[in-house]
Design a protein around this ligand. Structure first.
Ligand code: 4AD
Ligand code: MG
Length: 442
């Protein structure tokens, strides 16, 4: 005898027997519950509709029907919460755009159930991977006063009410709770570096926020990032780690999430599983930014955005490189100094930095990282050069003043990883409740 609760996907009657498909979210498949005419629950069938929650007690038996190995012969079937006819998820295919408008109900669909289970495997695997390699998990602040990427994309934090009377005369501007402008972090890297400079290899895994007004299928205003930081390490160690990490995530999902991945392979992105398997068997190609520009120029392809040494690669360039020219994941290194943040280690040529971006088909940039500038004077000059306020980075500079070491790290955009591995087209469909410009319902 088994007892379980779940949500009704479909109800039908055939040859006087009732069939109720119940899904409890634990896996892709629903369980067929058979209600015989003799059962006291048979009379209830008319009141059971798609979307209702039910509690089932019965026996698992071999299923004579097609499509499932087992079914449950119901002893009793109890409606816990009915669903009236206006239930928004009737049995038909809904567009992803429509489902975004009912993000509170879309976890009940096949696609989102699968996305959220794969996301869960990935989140756990992030920790497994780094923990098994001796990395320490460090929690970096969400509220910060330093703009890590220096791109001016921070959401500011203010208080709505004026300070309490007792605070008046205290040294702070009205509305500046922290005494100076503060915001939501764009990255935990700078704080991770501080801990790395004491405890060795560390990683963060948390939410980050960016006020960039990008309405694309790859940008969110709130997204999760995984940021490892390695001490006594250079750009080559960084690339090796990035590659091992991404492969490990893929391997684990293919192993543990086979049913959900078969669904994505069939309905969302044909050939996905074979393509991911291919990634497991080959190493990522590595080329410099300068070579990438040359290869793209030589391809003869015309792009919307200019392709000039010194300008950042746009998504169309990245995707052409990884999807058409090199046909697989690629690591692009040594970008021009002027388009990268202040903390990256400068190369001897004076024009480029030890940056590395990992690009993958279908998504483009999935990870961005670098070896960090560990020389105090050079770092100071870099900050000044970009017109940033050196004083506010005093503590970050201290890390170079006292016991500086070569170190390197990267950030993996967690949603972009889920996108890549599930083949989902839009990043808004791989996070339960997406935040994008003008959208923060739910
Ligand atoms: O390349 P980014 O800006 O690098 C950093 O933030 C570094 N501090 C990381 C580090 O070295 N520790 O961001 C890292 C990754 C990108 O490669 C991309 O996958 C993702 O974060 N990302 C976004 N994902 C969703 N929405 C956005 N608006 C994103 N911006 C960046
Ligand atoms: Mg980047």
């Amino acid at each position: 005898m088994v007892s379980f609760g779940g949500w009704v996907r479909t109800v039908r009657q055939g040859k006087g027997v009732g069939f109720v498909e119940v899904n409890d979210g634990s896996c892709f498949s629903s369980l067929q519950v058979v209600v015989e005419p003799e059962s006291p629950s048979f009379a209830l069938l008319d009141g059971i509709a798609t979307g209702a929650s039910v509690w089932v007690t019965g026996t698992i038996v071999d299923s004579p029907g097609k499509g499932q190995k087992y079914e449950v012969r119901a002893e009793s079937l109890e409606v816990v919460g009915p669903a009236p006819e206006d239930y928004p998820l009737q049995k038909k295919r809904h567009s992803f755009e429509y489902l975004r408008e009912i993000a509170h109900l879309r976890p009940r669909t096949n696609t989102f159930g699968a996305v959220l289970r794969i996301r869960n495997i990935l989140a756990r695997t992030v920790h497994d991977f780094f923990q098994s390699r001796g990395f320490l998990y460090v929690q970096t602040p969400i509220i910060t006063t330093s703009d890590c990427e220096g791109a001016g994309e921070m959401f500011g934090i203010t208080v709505r009410s004026e300070p309490e009377p007792a605070d008046q005369g205290a040294e702070r501007e009205p509305g500046e709770f922290f005494g100076k402008p503060a915001g939501l972090t764009v990255s935990g890297q700078l704080e991770a570096e501080a801990v790395c400079s004491a405890l060795g290899d560390v990683y963060t895994f948390g939410p980050t926020f960016r006020a960039e007004n990008s309405n694309t299928s790859r940008h969110l205003s709130e997204f999760w990032m995984v940021e490892p930081e390695m001490a006594f390490a250079d750009i080559h160690d960084d690339m090796d780690l990035a590659e091992d990490f991404l492969r490990h995530l893929i391997r684990q999902v293919l192993e543990e999430g086979a049913d959900d991945m078969a669904f994505f392979d069939q309905w969302v992105d044909k050939g996905l599983v074979d393509r991911l398997r291919g990634v497991l068997d080959s190493s990522f190609q590595r080329i410099s930014y300068t070579e990438a520009i040359e290869r793209l120029q030589a391809s003869g392809k015309s792009f919307e955005f200019p392709l000039t040494w010194g300008l950042d690669l746009q998504s169309e360039h990245e995707r052409f490189l990884t999807e058409e020219l090199l046909r697989g994941p690629v690591i692009v290194t040594d970008y021009p100094r002027v388009i990268k943040p202040f903390y990256m280690k400068q190369n001897e040529d004076g024009r480029t930095v030890r940056a590395m971006d990992v690009l993958v088909p279908g998504v483009g940039e999935i990870m961005g990282g670098s070896q960090r500038e560990d020389n105090l004077e050079r770092l100071e000059r870099g900050i000044e050069h970009l017109g940033l306020d050196k004083a506010s980075y005093w503590w970050y500079l201290d890390l170079r003043r006292y016991g500086s070491v070569p170190h390197a790290g990267f950030g993996l955009g967690f949603e972009r990883a889920v996108q890549y591995i599930t083949g989902m087209q839009n990043i808004r469909d791989v996070i339960p409740f997406p935040r994008t410009p003008r959208h923060a319902e739910f």
